[in-house]
Design a protein around this ligand. Structure first.
Ligand code: NAP
Length: 284
């Protein structure tokens, strides 16, 4: 049976590793870019445009769907669902988030759950991967704080089981290459260690070669700081909900799903820190 795969979010944190793994596996796949010119192996369409998306999804058997964190994310998911149905996609792998639940009282998992429900309602056989927070956040938007030696967050002293995004990509590749056994399944993807932010920063500091301290701040102060940086209100609301989830200890659980799917342990935080050490070196 043919299994032509389309990878959305291909330029992103998960997608860039996923593309590499599919390539190494010799998979029959193409990527979707939101803008630019189409070329062999690259289709172009924005989630904003159902007609263009429908064209881009045509002939695709298995679709990896990843939505960016934008204000109209739910609408983009509705557009993608309509396009997938119209184009005759046979299986969807949707990259969601841990705790996704349309009935959640917390804004972020509620949104993820609402999107999962939109995908499930297509009736297309679907699989959901629900990752915890990415370790890569320390090397992207938090890299400056790590370099400065102090990381501020409103997450109390709670532990989290953060995951290396490369493991999410490895799970996604495995499912995309043989989707049928995973139809109707949802997997929670966490790291294999539940550590406080200070414990994670101790490992990052050891790899970076300088101490990094965690400074807990109050929820209200984090909201004021995000507002002060000019972050839009919808995003502040989602991040505030995330802070409250983590501080309450809801992000501390370790799921067996990565190990079960990959047959190996999740990447350790120490290994992640060694691999990304260059992101935190202080300028000489
Ligand atoms: N960071 C975390 O800790 C965390 C934890 C759990 C879940 N998540 C979820 O993971 C997702 C982000 O994953 P990521 O970090 O791998 O992605 P990312 O690096 O933020 O990249 C976003 C991707 O979305 C694509 N995109 C943006 N606008 C588009 C549009 N209008 N049409 C089509 N494609 C569009 C981009 O492709 P182009 O370059 O072609 O525009 C890009 O590849 C979010 O949904 C977030 O909620 C994140």
């Amino acid at each position: 049976m043919s299994n032509r795969i389309l990878v959305t979010g291909a330029s992103g944190t998960i997608g860039s590793t996923l593309v590499k793994l599919l390539s190494e596996a010799g998979a029959n796949f193409e990527v979707l870019r939101s803008q630019g010119s189409a070329s062999p192996g690259t289709r172009v369409a924005s989630y904003e445009d159902v007609a263009a998306l429908t064209e881009a999804f045509r002939g695709i058997d298995t679709l990896f769907l990843l939505f960016p964190l934008v204000e109209n994310k739910l609408q983009l998911a509705k557009n993608a669902a309509a396009a997938a149905k119209a184009a005759g996609v046979k299986h969807i792998l949707r990259s969601s988030g841990a705790g996704a639940d349309p009935a959640s009282t917390f804004a972020l998992p509620r949104l993820q759950g609402e999107i999962d429900a939109v995908i499930a309602a297509t009736g297309i056989p679907s699989t959901f991967i629900r990752p915890a927070g990415f370790l890569q956040n320390f090397a992207s938007f938090m890299a400056g704080q790590v370099q400065s030696g102090t990381v501020y967050a409103a997450q109390g002293d709670a532990a989290q089981s953060l995951i290396d995004a490369r493991d999410i990509a490895a799970v996604a590749a495995k499912i995309l290459l043989n989707p049928a056994p995973h139809a109707g399944k949802a997997y929670t993807l966490t790291g294999g260690e539940s550590l406080t932010t200070q414990q994670v920063l101790d490992l990052i500091g050891a790899a970076a070669g300088h101490a990094v301290k965690y400074q807990a701040v109050r929820f209200e102060d984090a909201v004021a700081a995000m507002n002060g940086m000019g972050m839009p209100a919808w995003m502040v609301n989602l991040f505030d909900s995330l802070n409250r989830i983590v501080a309450a200890g809801y992000a501390a659980g370790i799921s067996p799903d990565v190990q079960a799917l990959l047959g190996r342990k999740p990447t350790s935080v120490a290994q992640f820190a060694r691999d990304y050490a260059a992101a935190w070196k202080k300028a000489a």
